[in-house]
Structure formats: structure tokens, C-alpha cells
Design a protein around this ligand. Structure first.
Ligand SMILES: Cc1ncc(COP(=O)(O)O)c(C=O)c1O
Length: 387
């Protein structure tokens, strides 16, 4: 057995849509001794991180940090820009859209849920019509709806909302740093992400940025906010600190992560993620799987399993081999296999995991798949990854 084969077989393969496999440099930074968050050393870290975050969000605006998971960032987006009774349109095309609608409802917003069948995306022509009929204060959407693997046409949405008073609030938790999503150029008014996705950190940091239009709206926003108040954050960032205690270890690791992601330029990083996504899509289709998303995101791929193949059993069997993939959520429980392309994943890991997954599916459902297609699928993945 070759050394590289031994390595790939003895590794833990975390290829879910988040959390994702971390990079050894990040793990090393996470293990450094604790320092105080008001020390000169930490202030220096924060002052390095802030401009890099702007590069990561492709914005000239400040990117704020909350010591929370991604949902903290989504709640912050709502309470910092909106007021009770505001009419908002929430694109609900999966589990994460549902939850953002719940946040809006909880805060007393007049929430219109635009329900899209799971696996599908919101049609910009429909959005245009909706914007013509009502002066929504905001449209809220995921960029990638992680429960289905769909990538929403955010550039088109931004083209529409930027001509109106309506704000475009984007949950970029499973997409910033994984798919093209330039905040300023595409007219995104609020963009949120979380640390456990393309930044390869543990969960625990949310990042949020507001456009000039969103900042104007925030001056009039009357929803209650204390922990999430971005005015506090802005005032403190000017003094070189966050308003509440900084998560020192995570922010130092964020400094390392941003260096890794931006090292050869964000676009090179995005192309690497895309290559893994293309390889997975091609391999899956060649093997005979159906891609669930009508407009697949490069950050993750959701395959729909043939009727009768128990998705949860497949995941459990893979876990026994140290391979972690994700299943379907809610009504798609047991029916999907979701594979993440973010994180520290080598090309050989992709091939190894796909081979293990397909072999297991062939074993569980020999009537749906063939050994010949398995070999062709792996060859297709290898060709994509080499290109
Ligand atoms: C699109 C999307 N939104 C929101 C979240 C929730 O983030 P967190 O679990 O960090 O609060 C996730 C996490 O999986 C996500 O993928």
C-alpha cells in the first residue's frame, strides 16, 4: 500500500456542509496560550483581521464580528435594520429559509413567506412582480439554502432591489468564501456568514456587514437590540476592540484562516471549491444519482437517493469508516446525501469518499446502480479534479 493511500484511509473525512475539516495551521493557532482581549497583541490581531474580512466579503464596508453562531448574525441583520410592523418578504426554499422567517415573525414583522418547492430557486421575474406590488422593507434569502444545496440568483435579486427602497438581506453562511458573492458589486445590503463553513473554524463567530443603504435604515430601526447592537460594535472597533469580550482563540484562528483563503486571491480559492463541486456532480450523475438542486451551489452537493435506500443507514455505515457526510433535513430526512466542498479537503479525499459512498450505495441497492458506472464515476471525478 502506498503512503498516500495509507494517509487517506487513516484520516477523518469531515465533508458535511459545516462544520468542515480544518487546516493544520488553524488548529495550531487555536492551541496557542490565552491572552487578554484588551492586550496590545490581540488588538494587533483584530486590526489585521478587519481589512481581510472586507476582502473576504468583497466590500468597502466594515465587517462586524459577533461572538455567536451564524443565527446570531441572522438575528442581528433583522434587529439592526428593521422595525416592528415592517413588511418583509422571506424566500423559504428549505429549512434555513423557514428559520429566518421564524425570526422575523418572532420580532413582530409582517412576514410574507414566499414558499418555493424544496430543490428549486426563486425566480427573479417573480420577485420583480412582487416588488412592484408591495413596497417591502426587506427581502430575506439564503444565498445557498444548505438543506437543499440550491444557490439563489443573488446577483439578479440585487439588480432588482437596488432600484428600490427595499433592502436585500442575504444569509451567506454556507456561501461566503465558497461561491462568488461580491457584496457591493451585487447590491447586497446585509451579508452574514459563520465561522464553521468556508473559514474552517469551529462554530462560534458570526460576521455581518451592512451596505450604505442598510446603515441608513439602521438609524431608523426600532427593534430592540442590546447584544446585537452594531452601533456599540462600531464605536468599539474604532478603539481596536469588540464591544463584548472577544473570542480570542477564534479571532486569532480567523486571522490564520483568512490568510489561507486569501493567499492566492479569493477567486483562486473559489475555483478550488468549484472544482470539487464539479467533480462530485459529474461523478454522482455518472454513477446514476439525481442532483436535488435545480441550481446547485458550489459549496455543497445534495444527491437524492433512489426510493427505498435508507439514507440514515448509509450515513451511519460511513461514520464507522470515519467519513462524515450529511443527510436530508425535515421532509427530506433519509432521502438526501449532502456532501460539502468547503474546508481543507484534498483532491484524493474527494475521490476516496465518493468511492466509499458509491460502493455502499451499490451494495444497498444493486438494482439502482452498477459496478461499471461506479468505475466510470470515479474516473469522471479524477478527470475534473486534474483539470
Ligand atoms: C444557510 C445557513 N443558515 C444558517 C445556518 C445556521 O448557522 P449556525 O448553526 O452557525 O447558527 C446554517 C448552518 O448550517 C446555514 O447553512
Amino acid at each position: 500500500m502506498t503512503l498516500s493511500r495509507m494517509n487517506v484511509e487513516s484520516k477523518t473525512h469531515l465533508m458535511t456542509p459545516g462544520p468542515v475539516a480544518s487546516h493544520p495551521d488553524i488548529l495550531k493557532t487555536l492551541g496557542l496560550p490565552m491572552i487578554h482581549h484588551l492586550s496590545k497583541d490581540f488588538q494587533a490581531t483584530l486590526s489585521r483581521v478587519l481589512p481581510k474580512l472586507k476582502e473576504f466579503f468583497v466590500t468597502n464596508e466594515t465587517v462586524f464580528l459577533h461572538m455567536s453562531t451564524g443565527y446570531g448574525g441572522l438575528e442581528s441583520a433583522v434587529v439592526n435594520t428593521l422595525s416592528p410592523g415592517d413588511e418583509v418578504l422571506v424566500i423559504v426554499s428549505g429549512k434555513f429559509g423557514e428559520r429566518w422567517a421564524e425570526i422575523c415573525e418572532m420580532f413582530g414583522l409582517k412576514t410574507e413567506r414566499w414558499n418555493i418547492p424544496w430543490g428549486d430557486f426563486a425566480d427573479p421575474a417573480e420577485l420583480k412582480k412582487k416588488l412592484e406590488t408591495k413596497p417591502y422593507k426587506a427581502v430575506l434569502t439564503q444565498a445557498c439554502e444548505s438543506s437543499t444545496g440550491v444557490l439563489q440568483p443573488i446577483e439578479d435579486f440585487g439588480r432588482l432591489t437596488r432600484q428600490t427602497e427595499t433592502l436585500l438581506l442575504v444569509d451567506g453562511i454556507s456561501s461566503v468564501g465558497a461561491v462568488k458573492l461580491p457584496m457591493d458589486a451585487w447590491g447586497i445590503d446585509v451579508l452574514v456568514t459563520g465561522s464553521q463553513k468556508s473559514l474552517m473554524l469551529p462554530a462560534g463567530l458570526a460576521m455581518i456587514s451592512l451596505s450604505v443603504k442598510a446603515k441608513e435604515a439602521s438609524k431608523k430601526s426600532k427593534l430592540p437590540k442590546y447584544y446585537w447592537n452594531l452601533n456599540f460594535e462600531e464605536a468599539n472597533l474604532k478603539k481596536g476592540r469588540t464591544h463584548f469580550s472577544s473570542s480570542v482563540s477564534l479571532i486569532r484562528a480567523l486571522d490564520t484562516a483568512l490568510d489561507l483563503v486569501l493567499k492566492s486571491g479569493l477567486n483562486v480559492h473559489l475555483s478550488n471549491v468549484e472544482k470539487k463541486s464539479t467533480a462530485t456532480l459529474k461523478a454522482g450523475e455518472t454513477f446514476g444519482l439525481r442532483v436535488f438542486a435545480k441550481r446547485p451551489s458550489q459549496s455543497l452537493t445534495a444527491f437524492q437517493l433512489p426510493e427505498g435506500v435508507p439514507g440514515e443507514d448509509v450515513l451511519k455505515s460511513l461514520e464507522k469508516q470515519n467519513i462524515y457526510l450529511a443527510g436530508g433535513q425535515d421532509k427530506m430526512l433519509g432521502k438526501l446525501i449532502r456532501i460539502g466542498h468547503m474546508g481543507h479537503i484534498e483532491n484524493e479525499d474527494v475521490v476516496y469518499v465518493l468511492r466509499k459512498l458509491f460502493s455502499l450505495l451499490l451494495e444497498k441497492s444493486p438494482q439502482s446502480f452498477t459496478a461499471k458506472n461506479l468505475d466510470l464515476a470515479i474516473a469522471a471525478a479524477q478527470t475534473c479534479l486534474k483539470s
